[in-house]
Ligand binder design. Sequence first.
Ligand SMILES: [Zn+2]
Length: 220
Amino acid sequence: MNTSIDTLDIIGEEHIATSLETPLREDAFEMPDSIKIERIEKHFKEIMQILGLDLNDDSLRGTPHRVAKMYVKEVFSGLNPSNKPAVKLFENKYQYDGILIEKNITLYSYCEHHFVPIIGRVHVAYISNGQVIGLSKINRLVQYYAKRPQVQERLTNQVAEGLKEALLSEDVAVIIDAVHLCVASRGVKDSNSSTVTANYSGRFKNEKVKAEFHAMLNSS
Ligand SMILES: [Zn+2]
C-alpha cells in the first residue's frame, strides 16, 4: 500500500477503520510475552527520556516496566487469541424465546489512532436458538475484543461476530455508546459528544424485533 502521509493523517484523525479484522502480522505471537514486556519497557523509557523526564526520580523509575506490563498483560491482552474466553453453551431449559439483553456492560478500550482510552457502555442482545450462555461470558467476550487497539465500528462488529460464533446463532444485536478521549480531551475538544454504533444480525434486522429491542433498552 502506498497511502500518502496526508491521507494517513485523515484516516487517523477521522477514525476510519480499514478492516473488520484487527490488522495483525502473521508473526504477532511468536515472541513470548516476557520479551515483549522487556522491549516495550526499553522503548517507552526512551520516549520518556526524549520528553525530558528524569528517570532517576523514584516516581518515574518504574513507569516504563509498568506501562509495558499493562500493555501486554492487560489493556492489549485481547490481541492474543489464546486469551479468548472459552464459552460453554447450556440448554435453554426455561423455554424463554424472547429477546435477552445484557445492558450497560462497561467498556474500556483504546483508540488505535491515538492510543488513548475509549470509555463507554455496550448493550448486547440475543434470541436463544435453544441454547444459552452464561451472562458473565457475554461480558468477558466484550472485554476480550475491547482489550485491543480499536476503532469503535470494528469493535462493534467483532463483538457481534464473536457472539454469533459462541451462540451458534445469527440472532444477535450489539450497540456501543462511547466517548473517545482523543476527541474529548484534544483535537476538537468536545467532551459532550459520544459515538453510537450498532450491529443487527439475523432476526434483529426485522423492524418489529429491532423496535422491541429498543423499547426494552429504553424501558429503565
Ligand atoms: Zn483517536
